[in-house]
Structure formats: C-alpha cells, structure tokens
Write a protein that binds this ligand. Structure first.
Ligand code: AVJ
Length: 320
C-alpha cells in the first residue's frame, strides 16, 4: 500500500471513531476490526468449537460447489467480494471450473495476499485483482467485460448489514456482475439464541479479545489512551431485529482521549461494535428478490445452522 493510501485510510478510521463516539449511543463500525491483529484473531475465531459458521459453510461448499458449477455452467469468471484468504476460495473456483478469478477488496494488502495464495493453489488460473469499494457498482477489468460472471460472497458477511443496506449491496453486486449475473452467497440462519450467543462469546475469550482489539487499535493508531481494563465484551441476541450484537461495556465511569478528542462513558454504557444478522430461509428469498435476484437453489446442513444460496440476476434487462 502506498503511504498516501495509508494516510487516507487512517483519516477514515479517525473520522469514524470521532463520529461514532460522539453519538448518544456510541458505535464503532465493525469494518475496523480487521487490522493485522484483528485478522489473526478472526482466523482464531473460525476454529473455535462454538463458532459453527466457518466449518459449516466450508462443508456446504465442499459438498455443493460442484453442483453450483453444473447449474451455472463452466467457464465463468468468479468475482469474490472481499478477497478471501481462506480455503473456501480455491474450493469454489476449482469446483465451478472458473475461467478467471477477480478478487475485489479495498485493502491492497489483503488483495495481494489473496492473489498470492490462490496462484500457489491454482497456478494456471487467470487472476485479476481489483482494489475498490465493492459497496457501489464498479467497473471490472476490460478483459472480463461481456463474459458471464458469478459473484462469490461467503462467510455471511452480509449479516453485518441492516436489511436495507444488504439490499443495496446485493443490487450493487448485480450491476457490477454484468448482463448474466450469478451469485453464490453464504447466509447464517436464525436458530436457538443460546447457540448464537455462545458463538459470539466463546469460553476461551477469543471473541472478547477480537472485540477489545478495536480499542487497542484506537490507542495504537489514533494516539488514544483508552484504559482497556475499563471495558468488557458483551454479546447479546436482539430477538426483535434478528441479530447478535457485540458491545464493549464500560465497567466504571471512564474518560479518555482518541483522535484528538475527549470522550466520556458512564458505568454500564456501551460502544456498539457489530451486528450479525441471522436470517430465516423465507427472509433470504425476500432479500434476493428485493435486490433483483432470483433464488435458484439453496443448501443447508443437517442441523439447519447455515445456508448456501445460488441466485441468478434478472436477465440483464432489469432496472438498477
Ligand atoms: C465475518 C462478519 C461474518 O458476524 O460472524 C465473528 C464476524 N464477529 N465473531 C460474524 C465475527 C464475531 C463474522 N463475520
């Protein structure tokens, strides 16, 4: 990454922290979890016994990606939104017999890692990384223009967004993917809240460390003096909104500085750091249709923990 990009991203983090901590209900957006330390902690989360999404989705992809390839047809350009450094990507790319792979990420670092990892696993694959913000429709490389594309959006990352923002994102994907768009997307399902809460508040404390790293990152990058021992990790199921919420709760009245400003939290007040929405199958179909996609097929595991979906865009003649 160039130093000018780094400066821009740092300003963006500073702005988000100042804005988020100036609200009456304090928030820091979840996308800032993933610095180097945060990405390592997330990797550790995916291996926890309580964190069912990653292993369940991986098994669904192992079992059903070949069928996705058969339905959508071979030789597609696979466009991954948020470049994966996980093992899911080579499995998918290989199973659908992709002609090319386009990872898209705002972070040039993540993009480089993903491209390097994949070219090692699949040396003959044509890899065309794109550094961009995929939340808006974007232009893909000229060499894939007019070719049939399938988006890949695993991990239930869609769950971080409100339902309205999810529809906007899925519309942007459809537009980015051209005239004959397909999408393979992983979506976590609504289930017994106790299972969900355990997945986001594990016994080993890895998710707590992941959440608290956000404050450590503020201290590291924005000259903060937040006393980390004055905060604890909370994961609470919100049944009305169908989402697990992560918060950092002050365990006493606390005052600190960050990004050149002073902030104050009362004992018990929280900083809301993440929402992870869980969907019922009927809701995933509504989500697809609201964004102009047609649900083609979906697969779930035997315990109905997680779902993998194949959607197709509306034949190219659809309005944005
Ligand atoms: C990467 C957004 C899918 O919501 O399950 C894991 C992030 N947060 N544990 C999720 C996360 C706490 C994860 N996503």
């Amino acid at each position: 990454m160039t130093s000018s990009t780094e400066t821009l991203l740092k300003d963006d983090f500073a702005d988000a922290v100042i804005e988020g901590l100036s609200q009456r209900r304090k928030v820091i957006p979840a996308r800032y979890f993933y610095d180097r330390k945060g990405s390592e902690l997330f990797e550790a989360i995916t291996a926890l016994p309580e964190y069912y999404p990653t292993r369940t989705e991986t098994a669904l992809l192992d079992a059903h990606a070949p069928e996705i390839g058969r339905i959508a047809g071979p030789g597609k350009v696979v466009v991954e939104f948020g470049s994966g450094s996980s093992m899911k990507t080579p499995v998918f790319v290989e199973a659908v017999r992709a002609a090319a792979y386009v990872p898209i990420d705002i972070s040039a670092d993540f993009l480089r890692d993903a491209a390097a990892g994949l070219s090692r696993a699949l040396p003959d694959l044509d890899i065309l990384p794109v550094a961009a913000d995929f939340t808006k429709p974007i232009a893909l490389p000229r060499s894939v223009e007019g070719r049939s594309m399938i988006g890949f959006f695993p991990g239930s990352t869609i769950g971080n967004l409100s339902h309205a923002a999810a529809v906007d994102l899925l519309r942007a994907f459809r537009i980015t993917l051209g005239a004959d768009p397909w999408l393979a997307i992983g979506i976590d399902l609504r289930k017994n809240p106790r299972l969900i809460e355990a997945a986001y508040d594990d016994a080993a404390g890895v998710t707590a460390a992941f959440n608290l790293n956000l404050l450590a990152r503020v201290n590291r990058e924005l000259g903060g003096d937040i006393p980390l021992d004055a905060f604890e990790h909370h994961a609470v199921w919100n049944d009305d909104l169908g989402r697990i919420e992560m918060h950092l709760a002050a365990t006493r009245d606390v005052r600190f500085h960050a990004a050149g400003e002073t902030f104050f939290l009362r004992d018990g007040e929280t900083i809301h750091t993440e929402n992870s929405h869980k969907y019922m199958i009927e809701e995933t179909r509504l989500l697809a249709r609201a964004a102009g996609w047609q649900p083609i097929r979906y697969w779930t595991d035997a315990r109905d923990l997680f779902s993998l979906h194949l959607w197709r865009g509306g034949g190219g003649a659809m309005e944005p």
